[in-house]
Write a new protein. Structure first.
Length: 95
């Protein structure tokens, strides 16, 4: 990467993002009842959040919650495990 002009800092940033993307596949979800997803292995979530430099709770909410804005209100709803997996699949394979 140095040959094409990436600084050491930029190389490190690229490696962090690639590592975070790969680590997303290590996050496992379980059904917490009433068709609601819950993260099974929080340690993998924490690693991914650290790599992406985002708060753990924000990443968790982004993965397992759906937000709808209605006028001035924002409604948050937890989603099912199958929907979480489908949305992660779309992140990587939708063209």
């Amino acid at each position: 990467m140095s040959i094409v002009g990436f600084s050491p800092e930029s190389q490190n940033d690229v490696f962090k993002v690639v590592s975070a993307i790969l680590n997303l596949g290590n996050i496992h979800f379980k059904n917490a009842g009433d068709d609601v997803a819950e993260i099974e292995n929080r340690n993998q979530l924490e690693i991914t959040a650290k790599l992406l430099q985002v708060p753990v709770n924000d990443l968790e909410e982004a993965l397992i919650c759906h937000q709808v804005k209605t006028g001035k209100d924002v409604i948050k709803k937890n989603i099912s495990v199958s929907k979480v997996k489908f949305l992660i699949y779309l992140l990587f394979f939708q063209r």
